[in-house]
Design a protein around this ligand. Sequence first.
Ligand SMILES: Nc1ncnc2c1ncn2[C@@H]1O[C@H](COP(=O)(O)OP(=O)(O)O)[C@@H](O)[C@H]1O
Ligand SMILES: [Mg+2]
Length: 340
Amino acid sequence: MLTIKNLKTHYATQKGTVKAVDGVSFGIAENEVFGLAGESGCGKSTLIRTLMRLTPDSAKTTADELSFKGRDLPTLSEKVYREEILWQEISLVIQSAMNALNPVYRVGDQIIEAIQAHTDMGNAEAADRVAKLFDAVGLQAGLMKNYPHELSGGMRQRAMIAMSLALSPGLIIMDEPTTGLDVLVQERILRNIKEIRRASETSISILLITHDISVIAEMSDRIGIMYAGRMMERADAMELFHDTYHPYTLGLKNAFPSIKAMDRELISIPGSPPNLIGDIPGCVFAERCPFAIPECDETRPPDLEVKPGHFVACIRTEHVEDFRQRAGDKRTWQSSRSAN
Ligand SMILES: Nc1ncnc2c1ncn2[C@@H]1O[C@H](COP(=O)(O)OP(=O)(O)O)[C@@H](O)[C@H]1O
Ligand SMILES: [Mg+2]
């Protein structure tokens, strides 16, 4: 459904070129949830802004392929993109629904308006559709009459999800959809999303973006792990967690409690992501990687397919058994260059 090959989005700034997304490839199949995880600043939002044509003029995008349902996205005119793709085929849920909803309009009216801008539905029919959408996301229809500030954060996020569903798009992009909400509210919203997909007559694919690896693990069919503008590893969700190859993914697994047994000590990866300005000829993770060798700094690791559908950007995959054993030990991580 969505194919992304060697996508690059670089920002021109006074300090130099920020390589926010630097050669990322993945695809999303029909009816699939693809979870994209990575720490803050690794280029997740830039990636989706690129897909949604929301990047500023300072951004330059290139790709070997960027297509949706067989249509080449970059060559579509602004008019065709707005009329045929945006909201109808690809919709967006962002983290802060307060900024996405217009504060001076009732939430129901905003969604009704969005529906009427793209269809010839009358007022009553559109209002009825919105009431059904509210019901699907667990909001009482009466709340349609409220203004955004009258709703709690969780309710606004539900309204945002209702809006994203309004025109039955094939793909919904969710950027940190539950980040910042109470854990119980998060749980309920995620459960809701699952129910909506199950009940939907049309197939719904989701590109779920979050730094929270437990949300990704719970929701995704396939997962991609991004770091410093590049894709480190991508695979089927179960496979990624149980047959991890990339040292960065091994490190992430250590750092999150819900993936591992509760009595284990949390180990974080020493150091911080590299500056995205300038050229990193080798692996972007080498600085923090306890398993890096001089060769890792020299050439960019290719996307190696270690098993069907499981891609790893690391030149040392033949040592993975050893890495897995050592990754659980705190001392291992203190041996990287950035820790010393
Ligand atoms: N408009 C912009 N101009 C210049 N640099 C930007 C701009 N937007 C984001 N960046 C930089 O691009 C990198 C990736 O940011 P972003 O895509 O927001 O990552 P994430 O969503 O993973 O936190 C960061 O280094 C950020 O500072
Ligand atoms: Mg972001």
